[in-house]
Ligand binder design. Structure first.
Ligand SMILES: C[S@@+](CC[C@H](N)C(=O)[O-])C[C@H]1O[C@@H](n2cnc3c(N)ncnc32)[C@H](O)[C@@H]1O
Length: 412
């Protein structure tokens, strides 16, 4: 076996991040791509895998925010040690002097209290890397804050009862977060991230062969679009496959030396073409009459229509109308599920009486949704209490910084 084969076959450590609350689901997803030695942390999973399996994970994941390669790690007790140990690596084997780079720093709670300023720690690592380059290749790479070729993340945590520190340095393999699927019309930010919407749908007991699927406060339609991705078994990078098949750069790793050294490029093109063909076949096979969306805002519905088009789904796959969720009835009889995230104060700054709104939503479910399972993502306990129905499931998720619950109501 030559060196090249060795590198591709070697197991490396990786870290994949996700919104808090989704870690167990992400773990199950990572397992599908032959990862091993899993460690679950708040906000992500550390695991070992081969290079190609990680590329598959990056292309397919519907839950990950980012995937990183672990490139360096050490313990340090004094600031000077941090600099010397950071420098003690052949950074020029990881990226070239012509590539720009950027460093971010994250602390655990104790490190945050001690170091306070993450910029100072980022600067230390930057200087160490620059010194290492100067010593080994005679010059140093430039920094780029806005569009670096190489993004490094160091995560410093306390050890030995806070006497010392452990630093793990990661290389971002993604560039843009994986949750940016590419179906949002330009300039539109929906309140729900795509990977969180996918996790919500995956947390329901939706039976694709029997249930109709309703979102009566659909906004820009993230929940239904992610349900369509699941129904058609589309990879998270569905809308990036054309570019990958044409050798264009989509992910940061395509510009990394480890990737270029191996024979992955051709394999990735063929893989993308294969996924594209399978995806197109299954989108064509999706049945109509299963997805129903409504919202009070016609503007939101027109954004949803644009997103459907951008995601390459036929527009008649989802029936849409302007309607008030407090009175709207189901479009078809049960069995079916309702999955929705109603407005909540923190996000929209609403003055309205939201507890009353949630109460009336519950009353509409009671009166008109017999036989349906209704799922609501919401934040405030006061709103949850206002719904006078028994929950049969409560699952915590974080939407941005806001702690939410996905609640399930079985309407009988
Ligand atoms: C938190 S947003 C939903 C975001 C959505 N999941 C997305 O991906 O864009 C709440 C939505 O509820 C809608 N809404 C508020 N009151 C409503 C009502 N009474 N009936 C229907 N929709 C309503 C708002 O227009 C908004 O689009």
């Amino acid at each position: 076996m030559n060196n090249e084969e060795n590198a591709a076959e070697k197991l490396n450590w990786y870290f994949t991040s996700c919104p808090t609350g989704m870690e167990e689901m992400l773990l199950e997803e990572v397992k599908k791509y032959d990862g091993e030695s899993f460690q679950q942390f708040t906000g992500g999973i550390r695991f070992k895998a081969k290079q190609w399996n990680v590329i598959e994970l990056i292309v397919n994941s519907r839950l990950a925010s980012r995937v990183y390669l672990e490139v360096h790690q050490y313990k340090f007790y004094k600031d000077n040690d941090h600099f010397a140990l950071a420098k003690d690596k052949w950074w020029h084997h990881l990226f070239s002097v012509n590539q720009t780079f950027k460093i971010s720093t994250l602390f655990d709670k104790d490190a945050n209290r001690f170091f306070k300023n993450s910029m100072v720690m980022s600067l230390r690592l930057k200087d160490a890397i620059a010194d290492s380059f100067r010593q080994n290749v005679g010059s140093r790479p430039d920094i780029s804050k806005d569009s670096p070729d190489i993004s490094l993340l160091q995560r410093i945590e306390a050890i030995d009862g806070q006497k010392g520190w452990f630093n793990r340095i990661y290389l971002d393999l993604c560039g843009e977060p994986l949750s940016h699927r590419g179906y949002r019309p330009h300039g539109h930010e929906a309140p729900l991230r795509e990977n969180l919407a996918s996790a919500i749908v995956q947390s329901t007991d939706w039976n694709k062969d029997e249930d109709i699927f309703i979102d009566p406060m659909c906004g820009s339609g993230t929940i239904i679009i992610e349900a369509l991705y699941l129904a058609a078994n589309l990879p998270g990078a569905w809308l990036k496959l054309h570019a990958l098949a044409k050798k264009s750069q989509v992910f940061a790793f395509q510009d990394h030396l480890w990737y270029k050294r191996e024979d992955h490029q051709e394999r990735l093109e063929e893989y993308a073409m294969d996924l594209l063909k399978k995806g197109e076949d299954s989108v064509n096979g999706l049945p109509g009459g299963q997805f129903f969306a409504s919202d009070l805002s016609s503007k939101a519905l027109s954004i949803f229509e644009k997103s459907l088009k951008l995601a390459n789904f036929p527009s008649d796959l989802v029936e849409m109308e302007v309607a008030d969720a407090l009175v709207v009835k189901p479009y078809e009889e049960a069995p079916g599920i309702v999955v929705t995230n109603p407005p909540y104060g923190e996000r929209l700054g609403q003055e309205e009486d939201l507890p009353k709104f949630y109460h009336e939503l519950g009353e509409n479910f009671k009166a008109n949704y017999k036989g349906f399972r209704c799922y609501i993502l919401t934040s405030d306990q006061e709103y949850r209490k206002a719904i006078s129905l028994q929950t049969s499931m409560r699952k915590p998720f974080f939407n941005g910084g806001i702690e939410c619950r996905l609640l399930k109501y079985d309407i009988r």
